[in-house]
Design a protein around this ligand. Sequence first.
Ligand code: NAP
Length: 247
Amino acid sequence: MSLKGNVALVTGGSRGIGRAVCLELARRGAAVAVNYAGNSAAAEETVELCRAMGVEAEAFQADVSDPAACDALAAAVKERFGRLDILVNNAGISRDGLLMTAKEEDFTKTLDTNLKGAYFCTRAAAKIMLRQKYGRIICLSSIVGLRGNPGQTAYAASKAGVLGLVKAAAKELAGRDITVNAVAPGYIETDMTAALPEKAREAMLSTIPKGRPGAPEEVARAVAFFAGPECAYITGQVLCVDGGMAV
Ligand code: NAP
């Protein structure tokens, strides 16, 4: 599916799944705005990899937990590229800890980044997309948001919240050819999962019917499925990319 002429904004595009999404959208011909929080070197690397595929790309620093920064980000992308067709709400963090001992500030930070970040960016992008009467919004949830996971109450709550956001926004925006869908990865090898303790990694791996972790590129292809003009009649849906974990 070609995305020539489309402009995509990928939050957290500097590393991991976000970078793979940037490259997949670029490979299909979209111009790519690569958002990052603090890692400008990694973001510039993503930009160079996109440009090497012959598309326009540029890095944009913004903390998605800051609503004013999200408004400014969407406006800057529109200013630079002239439109905004695809938003991928990918930026995310995990601050894990058991219910009884985890810090409230970690809960708040996780919700602020993963859930409110997706809300702020969706709202900012929708302002532009509503005027265009076209848009594709894809949010990264997680199978943990569907099924829960011990030690991840904050993360699970944030990712379950994203699913509610997706479904409500899908209904609100459908009339203007704006679709909103979610991709729910299982266990994907990135910096985020590299930070897990060995025991937790082994426990996760043992629950994957495919018997291996996923690659960021495998998630990126699912995101790209929702990102094109052909995907006009699918909205409010959740696609698990998890090697069978959530079945
Ligand atoms: P990652 O490797 O840790 O990368 C996180 C990305 O998010 C980085 O680009 C980071 O930017 C950016 N980011 C973090 N906080 C931000 C903020 N406040 N504002 C803007 N950008 C911010 O993570 P990942 O594993 O690729 O995960 C990507 C998404 O998939 C997340 O939403 C995650 O919850 C979800 N997911 C991942 C897995 C998995 O197994 N890996 C499974 C299910 C769901 P900097 O580089 O500037 O720090």
